[in-house]
Design a protein around this ligand. Structure first.
Ligand SMILES: Cc1cc2nc3c(=O)[nH]c(=O)nc-3n(C[C@H](O)[C@H](O)[C@H](O)COP(=O)(O)OP(=O)(O)OC[C@H]3O[C@@H](n4cnc5c(N)ncnc54)[C@H](O)[C@@H]3O)c2cc1C
Length: 415
């Protein structure tokens, strides 16, 4: 795959039309006001039938899992997993990526909010939950009827997410008692469903404790969700803190309903990091495309010293570098589509390399766009300042640049 197909281009045009009508005119409200992004995203889902498609995919997956469970119980050979996405062009994955790219041209924060809810939170339940847990929480997360949050980061544990984690679960009869605080949690202020990651405290040393995930509902006694935190960018994505004081839960809220988790529970959370990483390339592409379009137009229109600034070689160098970044990141996105079509997943080094490169490219391109536009670039009206602020967090969340580098090296060196 080296370019989008005609069908994919049609989807892109339709999504652009939606964004031009429903989001661009209200950008002030989303970026500088207090309007959360969820209603407009739900409308996007409804208008494009993405909610119905998500429900259908979920129903098929659950029907298959039930068949497997029944076969195992009857001592029969379980059915084979149906082939995914056999269209050869990565059909459904591209139809997910195109809205991400297009939304990121305008409001990358919306993609963060959407991705954490439908992606990370539901994936955490779908990958390790029981069938009953999936049916209880996943459908409404996948359609964004409910807002989800995935909470691992704490005030003293970020990159060293497991090592310094203080949040705990203690057994108490048939229940668990959860305590701890989480910070920088996307959708934290508005989440209906929260995946809370903590350590099982059995009186053993913290480094030996199992990692468990619990699903919480907003409003449970002892659970407090903060107001949105003020931050540098991604204003259309509400970020907050969570405080848990003696929150009591039954085993039905423990993901997988077992403490017997592979690799002490760390693997499930790591799989979620991988998923986050591959989404960042598509986000970066949207930011880069928008910044490049705005910069090229400005370089043609803006006249200084009697000529359009695009005639100056120093400006041409910036435009050329932006185009190189655009092509590289687009190729990484195409690779994701192809791999999904082939049913292949990335290695840790590949996912981390893709995230590292794309996040850096988006930040550099957006800052260069500000430079090309000069004083106007620094003004909100010209939009690149927002994209530069938004792009920066791509180098921080889902694992910082420095952590991506260590993961790439570790993965390469252990081969
Ligand atoms: C807008 C936003 C949304 C977020 N959403 C979520 C969310 O939904 N859920 C969630 O759980 N978390 C979320 N996070 C948290 C995010 O994942 C963390 O901020 C990130 O992992 C970094 O952790 P930290 O901020 O504690 O930085 P630290 O880990 O304290 O890092 C500080 C600096 O030290 C560097 N450093 C750390 N360790 C090493 C090392 N071994 N080698 C070299 N350098 C190192 C880092 O790269 C960084 O430059 C979000 C953060 C932001 C900003």
């Amino acid at each position: 795959m080296f370019q989008w197909t005609d069908e994919q281009e049609m989807v892109r045009t339709a999504v652009r039309q939606f964004i031009d009508k429903e989001i661009r005119p209200r950008i002030e409200e989303f970026e500088h006001g207090d309007t959360p992004p969820y209603d407009v995203l739900r409308k996007l889902f409804r208008d494009f039938g993405m909610d119905v498609a998500a429900r259908d995919r979920f129903a098929k997956q659950i029907a298959f899992e039930k068949e497997v469970a029944a076969a195992v119980e009857a001592g029969e050979t379980p059915p084979e997993k149906p082939k995914r996405d056999s269209e050869g062009d990565g059909g459904s994955s591209s139809l997910t990526l195109i809205p991400i790219i297009e939304l990121c041209r305008v409001c990358p924060g919306m993609v963060t909010a959407m991705g954490v809810s439908m992606g990370l939170t539901s994936a955490a339940i779908l990958s390790k939950g029981t069938i009953a847990q999936k049916e209880r929480w996943a459908p409404e997360l996948l359609t964004l009827e409910k807002v989800g949050a995935w909470a691992i980061t704490e005030p003293n544990s970020g990159s060293d997410a497991f090592g310094s984690m203080k949040s705990t679960a203690r057994r108490d009869g048939d229940e668990y008692v959860l305590n701890g605080s989480k910070t920088f949690i996307t959708n934290g202020p508005y989440a209906d469903t929260i995946v809370f990651i903590c350590k099982l405290d059995e009186g053993n040393p913290p480094e030996e404790r199992k990692i468990l995930s619990f699903v919480l509902d907003s409003g449970m006694p002892g659970l407090e969700q903060s107001k949105p935190l003020r931050k540098m960018g991604m204003h259309s994505s509400p970020t907050g803190e969570l405080f848990l004081t003696d929150v009591r839960v039954g085993i039905d809220r423990l993901v997988g309903e077992t403490e017997d988790v592979a690799a002490g529970g760390r693997e499930g959370a790591k799989a979620t990091f991988m998923q986050e990483r591959s989404g960042v390339a598509a986000m970066s592409l949207g930011i880069i495309e928008e910044c490049l379009d705005i910069s090229v137009q400005y370089a043609k229109d803006r006249v200084q010293f009697g000529q359009p600034i695009g005639e100056f070689q120093l400006i041409q160098d910036k435009l050329a570098r932006m185009e190189v970044a655009r092509l590289n990141v687009e190729n990484l996105v195409f690779r994701t589509v192809e791999m999904s079509a082939a049913g292949r997943s990335m290695t840790l080094a590949e996912a981390s390399a893709m995230k590292l490169y794309s996040a850096r490219a988006a930040t550099e391109v957006a800052l260069e766009a500000v430079q090309i536009l000069g004083g106007n670039g620094y003004m909100s009206e010209f939009r690149v300042e927002q994209l530069a602020r938004d792009a920066k967090v791509l180098q921080i969340y889902a694992g910082t640049d420095e952590i991506q580098i260590t993961h790439i090296a570790k993965d390469l060196l252990r081969r």
